[in-house]
Design a protein around this ligand. Structure first.
Ligand code: ZN
Length: 360
């Protein structure tokens, strides 16, 4: 017989005998017993377990226990980032798809905005939520602890915060969602995917001011609503960036174009002051960026290995390279060989189409 010490965390304690809850305890194990054998022998279903550490190291369910091992067992939604440590399964149990209970409409919309498939209907009863969760492998979001105790609900998350934005921040943090966010790909109303749409096809559905000011549109196939990057979009974008944190910037970009897709690079005009640099596409060998250069705000001198082109789309840009300065007006472009150190500054509010050759 060997003896190991165990500690279970958070709600896994509910499965343990009372004297084992919330503390470390010793337990004899049969020879060649694995972590899985012992966890289940102690009453905890292995399906509830996200992460097992033995002596501080992440292990699989088949790890054989040795005398003196210290075993820490964490549930699926322990509030720290388990992704780098994960070894019990190839990927986290959690599919980041949700069903929100009837009181969490605001949270549902924010999750959809960040690109997470979230079912919600303020008419959902607990039984419906339970059956949807089981059938579609969705994580239940609720402020009702009793709902989460239902046996068939295997993935659930108790939402502590009361306000939608705080709930969103809580869920993003606890479930480590920031890295998998894909904002603005789902309809906030229907949870259906949005598709880019050419302006000509929906122009009759747009208010006149919107026709003049915006050029990029997407539409929902279910409710047929049309979306553009207006003030509401900008407020949501700011909220997402605040919640998803640094590094969210790239993810805010309009979805990258695919081969054969038209890309609108016409001047931004009135939108320029509030526009941001976005990546238009990135393949293995080429990246294209619409760079926004507010007047007087320099991009410091830097260099990239690959060749680049810079085309001024609007405004005036000053380029510095090889100790020289060169101005580019709208409609002019420049090619720079790979490795040439260069800096940029908008002499007035400007945008430029920049392509960069990647790879070797
Ligand atoms: Zn819709």
């Amino acid at each position: 017989m060997v003896s190991a010490r165990f500690r279970f965390y958070e709600e896994l304690n509910d499965f343990l005998a009372p004297q084992h809850r919330g503390r470390e305890f010793s337990r004899s194990c049969a020879r060649a017993a694995t972590t899985k054998h012992m966890i289940e022998a102690l009453g905890v279903p292995h399906t509830e377990v996200e992460l097992v550490l033995v002596n501080g190291e992440s292990v699989g369910f088949d790890r054989i226990l040795h005398d003196g091992d210290r075993v820490s067992v964490y549930p699926k939604f322990e509030a720290f980032d388990v992704a780098p440590l994960l070894r019990v399964r190839d990927r986290p149990l959690r599919e980041s798809r949700f069903v929100a209970d009837a009181h969490l409409g605001g949270l549902a919309r924010l999750l959809r905005m960040a690109g997470f498939d979230t079912l919600y209907d303020n008419g959902f009863h607990d039984d419906e939520i339970e059956s949807i969760a089981g059938r579609e492998q969705r994580i239940v979001l609720t402020r009702d602890r009793e709902l989460l105790k239902r046996r068939t609900i295997t993935h659930g998350c108790y939402v502590r915060a009361l306000k939608a934005q705080e709930q969103f921040a809580e869920i993003v943090g606890r479930l480590d969602l920031a890295r998998s966010a894909r904002p603005f790909r789902l309809c906030l109303h229907c949870n259906a995917p949005l598709q880019p749409v050419e302006m000509a096809r929906i122009v009759d559905r747009l208010p006149p001011t919107v026709r003049l000011r915006y050029r990029r549109f997407s539409t929902c196939a279910v409710c047929r609503r049309v979306f553009w990057e207006g003030s509401h979009w900008q407020r949501m974008n700011a909220l997402l960036r605040a919640t998803l944190g640094t590094g969210g910037e790239d993810r805010m970009a309009i979805p990258h174009a695919v081969s054969g897709q038209r890309i609108d690079v016409r001047p931004l005009g009135d939108d320029l002051p509030t526009a941001r640099t976005v990546a238009l596409f990135k393949s293995a060998q080429l990246e294209a960026i619409r760079m926004v250069l507010p007047a007087g705000k320099p991009v410091p001198v830097h260099q990239v290995p690959g060749e680049i082109t810079i085309q001024c789309l609007e405004g005036r840009i000053e380029l510095t390279f090889d100790g020289r300065r060169q101005e580019l007006a709208a409609g002019e472009m420049m090619f720079l060989a790979g490795g040439v150190a260069h800096g940029l500054v908008g002499l007035e509010d400007s945008s430029a189409l920049v392509t960069i050759v990647l790879g070797d």
